[in-house]
Design a protein. Structure first.
Length: 317
């Protein structure tokens, strides 16, 4: 997983609101095309099943698509919308302790590093309830050209009440990324025929972002590393389109991340190495030299993907 997380460490540029809207609509269009192509595949399978109906294969094919006890391994892509939030950077009572309100975030999901997710789900019993481990690699990058209200100090100097964020902050983003590892309970709703299975879910987990924070007028080193930053959660609703051994799915997510990311002023490397260094600093009682960056990032996300079903067993008659 860490290898995937380091893909595309290039600089990213702010996107306009029109561009972000276009990208979100593009994702919805892609999901619609995915649904149409899947429907065509289902119709083709149905036609083949009808040809073999005399041998009973139509009945067995339909049974193979019904929800049952099974394991699913899937991957997906999508697009997020992040609500603006208040951000605090620094230490209590330190020379650098500032608050920015609001910070608008953008996700830029189709530029490297792209938005992606991976999951493993296990459905129990008759396939109506299950559990899922869900990893989301999104991005949240501050729109630095926006004006915001400021309070506090940088290097002991008071900040103006209003300014462009770029005048104070050189970089503030979680672009490699706004990562969440979530343990999610799932429940299937009544099926809409043999192939369409809606579902809902909710869960909680941890934020594992790649924090990239640099103040413009501060001579301290930047923070550029993965870390554990706080708790995260999600609620979701989706539709699974089931073929004989695989499924397509389209899903809406509502996610929440409570950031309290340490500003170590270090350049990191790999996810697990950075987390290990953070753990050692914590056990040694070391405070991060730059303090913390704290905020709450709340998001709407629309995703679509493909899952393979393994160890599937026919549903009980």
């Amino acid at each position: 997983m860490t290898g995937i997380l380091t893909i595309g460490w290039g600089e990213t540029q702010p996107a306009s609101r029109t561009r972000r809207t276009f990208e979100t609509l593009s994702t919805l269009a892609a999901a619609a095309l995915l649904t149409v192509s899947t429907a065509a595949t289902i119709m083709e399978q149905s036609a083949l099943s009808n040809e073999d109906a005399a041998g009973g294969s139509a009945t067995s094919g339909a049974a193979a698509t019904l929800p049952t006890k099974e394991t699913m391994i899937g991957a997906y892509t999508g697009a997020p919308y992040h609500y603006p939030s208040t951000v605090r950077i620094g230490k209590d009572g330190g020379p650098t302790d500032l608050t920015i309100d609001p910070v608008e975030w953008y996700g830029d999901p189709f530029h490297n590093p792209i938005y992606y997710g991976a999951r493993v789900a296990r459905w129990f019993g008759t396939g109506r309830a299950g559990m899922m481990v869900d990893f989301i690699h999104s991005k949240a990058m501050a729109e630095l050209d926006k004006e915001a209200s400021f309070s506090g100090t940088v290097n002991g100097e008071a900040l103006p009440p209003r300014a462009r964020i770029r005048d104070v902050v050189a970089k503030m983003e979680f672009s490699h990324g706004h990562n969440m590892l979530l343990f999610t309970g799932l429940m299937r709703l009544p099926s809409l025929g043999a192939h369409i299975s809606p579902y809902v879910g909710a869960g909680a987990g941890v934020l594992l972002p790649h924090a990239e924070v640099t103040l413009k007028s501060d001579n301290t080193p930047r923070t550029y590393e993965y870390n554990y930053a706080g708790p995260a959660g999600q609620a979701l609703a989706g539709v699974e389109i089931r073929l004989s051994r695989m499924s397509f799915f389209v899903e809406y997510k509502y996610t929440y991340g409570a950031y309290d990311a340490p500003l170590s002023q270090l350049n990191g490397s790999w996810l697990f190495l950075d987390l290990w260094r953070q753990f050692k600093r914590w056990t040694n009682g070391e405070e991060p030299p730059g303090g913390h960056v704290t905020t709450d990032i709340v998001s709407h996300q629309v995703v679509g993907g493909l899952a393979v079903r393994i160890a599937a067993r026919p549903a009980a008659p």
